[in-house]
Design a protein around this ligand. Structure first.
Ligand SMILES: Cc1cc2nc3c(=O)[nH]c(=O)nc-3n(C[C@H](O)[C@H](O)[C@H](O)COP(=O)(O)OP(=O)(O)OC[C@H]3O[C@@H](n4cnc5c(N)ncnc54)[C@H](O)[C@@H]3O)c2cc1C
Length: 388
């Protein structure tokens, strides 16, 4: 396959190293983790120790000093190997909030320890049960009291809390009726989870993809005021800033999944004989695989375009959103084709197809649903009125 990444040769080395690491965590490993309902701790530790999860931290803080393009190549390779980046991807995309808006003191305190693998920044608490995608209406409130903020409220779907040392938390600091614009009055805090005993309780949510994700209840939970990121009331903008990176990195994971499904489908189509011929000789099997492949490749181009703009510091909201949507659609199509190509065996856990099928389905909904991306494109690119 010809490479479509303009910096492919630079990235070949990263790809090979990530692949090598992932080879140590094959199908048996992922099936065991899922059967035990466990977190892939050994896998995340290996990625952390190898420095792959701190590539976006600037080199002066001990990180890799690489861009989102390289980050996306790493996550793509993880998913392309059959593994699941969902256990650890957030460190890459939430890092930007601390990097761009954290104080020098905060960066010096946390970034070198994150880069060294001593601390994990894997958790990001935005979503709430009563407000869903309508983020500016969140109800979790942080009230300033002397040198601390006292937080009360509830979050839902907060992933990796039990395997992270730090969590970015979005809360209201000025009540909604008291702000001129609803995006004002929200603030971001860096919460030290290890110190968080009193006032915070975590309830795991069993789910379709075995993702470590939770409901969190805050009841007069205290966060030191020095852990406020940037200015009070400006948090929504800080979170939005990080979203383009998140979209691009998730797109790359979907592309990794898409290539994995296409590879598995074509391999199985060559080896499975029915009616005295490999099923892959039939156009009814070939064409859906070929269509899925074409769609993954097209989404891959949009991913590189978005990543290039992001790394050049140029606006890339449209490209990042479209890359995420196209890649999520392409991986979901490839997942369906792969399952269908495998017939009944696609449903057997030992083939990994059904696990990856469930995992890639998530990206139609999280971290942003397809409808909300279409709405962004309609409003911000095509100039249509906002419909809600
Ligand atoms: C496994 C998992 C892990 C997650 N991890 C995290 C995490 O770590 N941190 C975090 O903060 N969140 C996390 N989330 C939450 C995730 O980001 C949200 O589920 C997602 O943004 C969708 O929000 P919602 O579930 O509240 O859906 P809702 O906002 O309730 O929407 C429900 C449906 O209605 C559609 N819809 C809503 N409004 C409109 C409209 N105006 N026009 C058309 N359609 C509309 C949506 O597209 C969606 O399909 C996770 C979710 C899951 C499932």
């Amino acid at each position: 396959m010809t490479e479509i990444n303009p910096r492919a040769s630079l990235h070949a080395e990263y790809r090979e190293s990530v692949r090598e690491l992932c080879r140590g965590f094959g199908s048996d490993y992922w099936q065991r983790v899922e059967a035990e309902g466990a977190y892939p701790e050994a896998f995340v530790k290996a990625l952390t120790d190898a420095g792959w999860l701190s590539v976006l931290i600037p080199s002066e803080y001990g990180g890799g000093g690489l861009g989102v393009t390289e980050g996306s190549v790493i996550l793509e390779e993880i998913n392309r190997s059959g593994a699941n980046s969902g256990a650890c991807h957030a460190q890459m995309y939430i890092m930007g909030t601390l990097l761009r808006h954290g104080s020098t003191v905060q960066k010096e305190r946390y970034l070198p320890r994150i880069a060294a693998g001593e601390l994990r920044l894997q958790s990001f608490a935005v979503t709430e049960p009563t407000t869903g995608t309508d983020t500016t209406r969140i109800r979790t409130f942080a009230r300033k009291q002397g040198d601390r903020y006292v937080v009360s409220g509830q979050k839902v779907w907060i992933s990796r809390v039990q395997h992270s040392d730090l969590m970015l938390l979005l809360a209201r600091t000025t009540p909604l009726p008291n702000v001129a614009k609803k995006s004002e009055g929200l603030s971001v805090f860096l919460v030290e989870l290890n110190a968080a005993a009193k006032g915070m309780s975590v309830r795991p949510i069993r789910n379709m993809v075995g993702h470590e994700t939770n409901e969190i209840f805050f009841d007069d939970f205290e966060v030191p005021a020095e852990n406020l990121i940037g200015e009070e009331g400006k948090g929504f903008r800080y979170i939005l800033d990080g979203m383009n990176a998140e979209r691009i990195l998730i797109a790359a994971e979907c592309i990794g999944d898409g290539y994995w499904f296409v590879d598995r489908a074509r391999t199985y189509a060559s080896s499975r004989n029915v009616f005295d011929r490999p099923i892959g000789k039939n156009q009814g099997i070939q064409f859906p695989i070929a269509t899925a492949y074409a769609h993954v490749r097209a989404a891959d181009l949009m991913r590189y375009d978005a990543a290039r703009l992001f790394d050049a510091g140029q606006p890339c909201g449209g490209e990042a959103n479209m890359a995420k949507m196209l890649a999520a659609d392409a991986s979901w199509e490839a997942a369906n084709v792969c399952l269908q190509t495998h017939g009944g065996f696609g449903f057997a856990a030992e083939y990994d197809v059904e696990r990856k099928f469930r995992e890639t389905r998530l990206y139609q909904v999280a971290p942003i649903s397809t409808n909300l991306i279409l709405s962004y494109v309609a409003e911000h690119i095509l100039g249509r009125p906002r419909s809600f």
